[in-house]
Design a protein around this ligand. Structure first.
Ligand code: ATP
Length: 289
């Protein structure tokens, strides 16, 4: 038997950090939404009891460091599954980019193995398991649009953004999320209005969504990598309606409401960056059912 799962990327429309907790994690408040840029995860039964990762991307580990491997191991151990699986990951989402690619592969593996192994788990149960693998995995189990709190694993579903396009540009650098958090100065943050963003989404108010986009992690990544600020400037200059860094970066995304404007932003950025994508926003719930 084999199961195919789509593993879409996320962007953060709003990302705030409230404090550092005693357990070492940061308390966050962020709005995540799914975009139509996805890896493909194919799960195939193996005749022997092993987890095998197949990926032809040199930046993706093919052993227990892979988050998809960890997802399979967690399900096997928790539910005493004595079956092997080959997990084949076809990457489209850039690696270490602030787009939760690895987390989404892990979430797709949880959803897919739930089917392949007939475990009968609900999405809520899979999301709870996902939190043991990484803070972004819970959101990726559902997809859609959500307010994520706690260390990012507490998910409240909210209204999706209106239809629009998302242009993404990733400079060649990779950014370590842990490094960004380590260098964050909690005393000097310009906090985004997360509640206002939830309200703007509820009202389907595109202009207000553009106005309220904000990410406190920009304060660190833009200082460490000035090329990210440069890409933001270029994207604005080429006509994106609003521009922000996603997660800990370095990927920059721009929202574009009208398709007629898309080629100018996309082609303009291709002169600066090797990885540029133009995709649809995909924030509705149940897109992964
Ligand atoms: P986040 O936004 O959740 O912090 P990210 O998008 O910045 O994540 P990933 O693409 O998930 O970053 O990759 C971060 C690191 O995780 C990579 O450098 C890689 O070594 C490791 N990794 C583990 N599993 C995967 C996977 N399935 N795909 C990509 N990277 C993976």
């Amino acid at each position: 038997m084999r199961v195919l799962e789509k593993a879409p990327a996320k962007i953060n429309l709003s990302l705030d950090v409230l404090k550092k907790r005693d357990d070492g994690f940061h308390e966050v408040k962020m709005i995540m939404t799914t975009i139509d840029l996805a890896d493909r995860v194919e799960l195939i039964d193996l005749p022997y009891n092993e987890i095998r990762i197949v990926s032809h991307n040199r930046f993706v580990p093919d052993d227990q460091r892979n988050l998809a491997y960890q997802a399979a191991r967690l399900l096997k151990e928790r539910y005493q599954v004595n079956r092997g699986v080959s997990i084949s990951i076809t990457k489209t989402i850039p690696v270490a980019a602030g787009l939760a690619g690895g987390s989404s592969d892990a979430a797709a593996t949880l959803r897919g193995l739930n089917k392949l192994w007939n475990l009968g788990l609900t999405l809520d149960e899979l999301a709870t398991l996902g939190a043991e693998i990484g803070s972004d995995v819970s959101f990726c189990v559902y997809g859609g649009t959500a307010l994520a709190t706690g260390r990012g694993e507490i998910i409240h579903h909210i209204d999706p953004p209106p239809h629009c396009w998302v242009v993404l540009a990733k400079p060649t650098i990779g950014v370590s999320t842990a490094d960004v958090y380590k260098n964050l100065n909690l005393q000097q943050l310009k906090h985004p209005n997360v509640e206002g963003m939830i309200e703007a989404l509820h009202k389907n108010d595109y202009d207000q969504i553009c106005t309220l986009m904000g990410n406190v992690l920009e304060s660190v990544t833009l200082r460490m990598h000035p090329e990210v600020a440069n890409i933001k400037d270029q994207m604005k200059r080429f006509g994106a309606d609003a521009v922000l860094m996603s997660g800990s970066g370095p990927t920059v995304f721009g929202l574009v409401q009208y398709e007629s404007r898309l080629p100018r932003v996309y082609n303009g950025l291709r002169g600066f960056c090797d990885q540029v994508f133009a995709v649809r926003m995909l924030g509705e719930r149940n897109i992964l059912d």
